[in-house]
Design a protein around this ligand. Sequence first.
Ligand code: GDP
Ligand code: MN
Length: 386
Amino acid sequence: MNIHEHQAKELLKKYGANVPNGVFALTVKDILEKAKSLNSQKLVLKAQIHAGGRGKAGGVKILNDISELEKESNNLLGKKLITHQTGPSGKIVKRLYVEEPSDIDKEFYLSCLVDRGSSKIAFISSDQGGMDIEEVAKKNPNKINTIKVDFNKSISDLDCEKVIEIFDLKPDQSLEAMNIVKSIYKLFIDLDASMVEINPLILTKQGKIICLDAKINFDDNALFRHPEISALRDLNEEDPTEIEASKYDLSYIKLDGSIGCMVNGAGLAMATMDIIKLYGEEPANFLDVGGGASKEKVSEALKIIISDKNVKGILINIFGGIMKCDVLAQGVVDAAKEVKINVPLVVRLAGTNFEKGKDILDKSGLKIISATDLNSAAEKIVNEIK
Ligand code: GDP
Ligand code: MN
């Protein structure tokens, strides 16, 4: 789960990291009122969307004084921001954040995430902050420093020193930066975060180290332990079909392609997406209906796939293990009673109760193209939509 920048900064502050003073609001009237409490003539107005790259897209405005706030807020609220992270459809700005500005001397990059390969926590730091870190990684890989740290209650001073070494700071500034690393580490462990990214972390002209931007992702599987974090979820920022899918406990991720996929098991779902690409098309979604899915769940899954306007064909690829093929088949037939399936449907079933499943589909009157293996299934659906 993602949260907004202002929420991330609030959490960082609670854990002792320096962040600028700021206020957020959902309306222009509210932001004008709240901004009065800030202690500065100049202000920074920032669009709050779950995507980075706002600066370049006009989502970060530096204002000379509060008199500019009304006009700029009116401009920004409700505006569609298209950044390199939103995709071409962009994101509508529904909340605003106003901060006291900072005088930037240097911009750094600092992030922390789970490194599955080593079962450790990786800190990534760079003195090339403020810009697209993927670009830095490509062009100047030696400007990026990765330090792997053990899971523990706290991080050692030595590890903190290694993380901030690349910033090349004066001694008192180094201490401040180390404190921020400690705060991030503690927050990461305490709150079951999966990523904390500060880009940029800045050195101000006054010699202070401040988190100027902040992004935090949380491990969905641990959210039950943190109701206060779950409460920060902003459904406005999520894809409506993904919200619908999460109600039924389906692992669904919307993608941009044209072939809807319904699969059981994450590995098989990945393989199915790969093979669709191999035959020259793109998957419209990732969907794992799970091991012991009920026919209701299957039916909801199919309805979600059909509701995607980009879907030109559907591939159902089920390996019946715990999931039984007849349950799947009944789910498909039930969904078809409620919503019309007017795109080609290829079904490949194998495993438990395969015969029963095939029988249900054959007698359903639905126009189904059957396939016996994954290769021919992918080939068939790709040919159908040509
Ligand atoms: P992003 O583009 O979505 O990653 O948004 P950021 O919060 O990182 O802001 C983008 C850029 O705006 C930063 O890299 C800074 O260069 C600039 N910026 C943001 N806040 C301030 C500020 O308080 N003072 C100054 N001078 N620049 C700022
Ligand atoms: Mn940023």
